[in-house]
Ligand binder design. Structure first.
Ligand code: HEM
Length: 128
């Protein structure tokens, strides 16, 4: 799925995380509350790394395999307590931001992105 990697290279260099978190934080009051006190300079970098984990997990690469478990653990009910429905909102905010920021956005690219994000997110949700 190099089209997805190319897409992520384009958008992560143009302030994607800023736009994404603006959307995510205004999408649901529960979400805003979860990020109360978050250091966003750090969080925006973590998002980029996290998305690379999802991409690598989809490709069956070593980074994905190693990191997805830890990422799931961080978000589970004993830690950040992120239930499944919030992941849907996360993905919708991601795709919406992508549609605005990636000049090469298309319906086919959206499908590819959804396909790439899904296995890692399913893994995270299954360890909630
Ligand atoms: C599915 C894709 C997601 C990815 C790739 C992702 C990635 C990350 C990463 C890398 C961190 C930093 C972890 C660390 O400190 O080691 C983090 C923290 C966090 N994530 Fe996620 N996340 C995802 C989904 C979500 C969702 C759906 C929510 C809630 C709506 C959420 C809420 C949080 C919160 C509250 C933190 C902690 C922020 C803080 O340190 O104050 N995440 N996420």
């Amino acid at each position: 799925m190099s089209e997805v990697r190319d897409s992520f290279k384009r958008i992560s260099q143009m302030g994607f995380s800023d736009y994404f978190y603006n959307r995510l934080l205004t999408a649901d009051v529960k979400i805003r509350a979860m990020f109360h006190g978050t250091d966003f300079a750090r969080q925006k970098k973590a998002l980029i790394d996290g998305v690379y984990v999802l991409i690598d997990y989809h490709e069956g690469g070593p980074l994905g395999k190693m990191s997805i478990r830890r990422l799931g653990e961080k978000h589970n009910r004993s830690h950040m307590n992120v239930p499944a429905d919030l992941y849907e909102i996360w993905v919708d905010c991601f795709i919406l931001t992508l549609s605005e920021k990636d000049p090469k956005f298309s319906a086919s690219l959206e499908l590819q992105w959804r396909e790439v994000l899904k296995p890692g997110i399913d893994h995270m949700i299954s360890n909630y």
